[in-house]
Design a protein around this ligand. Sequence first.
Ligand SMILES: [Zn+2]
Length: 270
Amino acid sequence: MSAVFFRNWRRRRLLARHPLDPQLWAAVCAGLPILAGLDDAEHQRLGELCLLFLHDKHLSALPGVELDDPARLRLAAQACLPLLHLPDLDWYQGFHQLLLYPEDFVSPQRHRDEAGIEHVWDDERSGEAWQQGPVILAWPGVQASGTLDGYNLVIHELAHKLDMLNGDANGLPPLHADMRLSDWTQAMQVAFDALNAELDGDPDAETAIDPYAAESPGEFFAVASEYFFSAPDLLHAAFPAVYAQLQAFYRQNPLPRLAPLTAALPAAAH
Ligand SMILES: [Zn+2]
């Protein structure tokens, strides 16, 4: 039995045995503005991806996190949205656990600078993705995700996981055969440099996207992915070449799908 055949067989059997509760799925979708405009086939496929995700990944909730079935499905829907039109591969391979913390957490950081001096500090985090390890999400950030404001902790951390498929989280996930590495690096570098130049000029500048994107190319890709799915109009207006590369990578175009909703938002609050 070939691996692909076995995977498809296992998948069909799993979906047949544990069908999605249609009422629950409809309620979860209705509560997630980032899913607006998906057609029936996309809703169906996203639901199947959620079932497989929840079957394959272990969600560990620490005390203080109320993880009921709707909350699990709501999290899965956001985790699986980026995969909706990707080829049928195991894009979230190499990790099995999502840890849900009740609050933001302190993460000890260590960095050796060019002079060889080691710096150690504590960083307050709402999420973390470990190479070949778990994804950690702080519950307030998960609960704040799903709207159209450019913030999505779930998509951010899972974008790091996609980035790590070919090594470090360096802002370069494995590109499809029809994409050009030079187009990707050019688009990302120009935008990353522009954002950093703006912040160098004024650290409090009202940047078009979250200034956290200027931290590193890896953070730029994760933040740009958040905007791509939850505020595509803002990303497209600020960095159209980045939008085009993410459209080629995720094989989706959220801009027209979400336009009826994003057009109605006041720019400042959006
Ligand atoms: Zn990050």
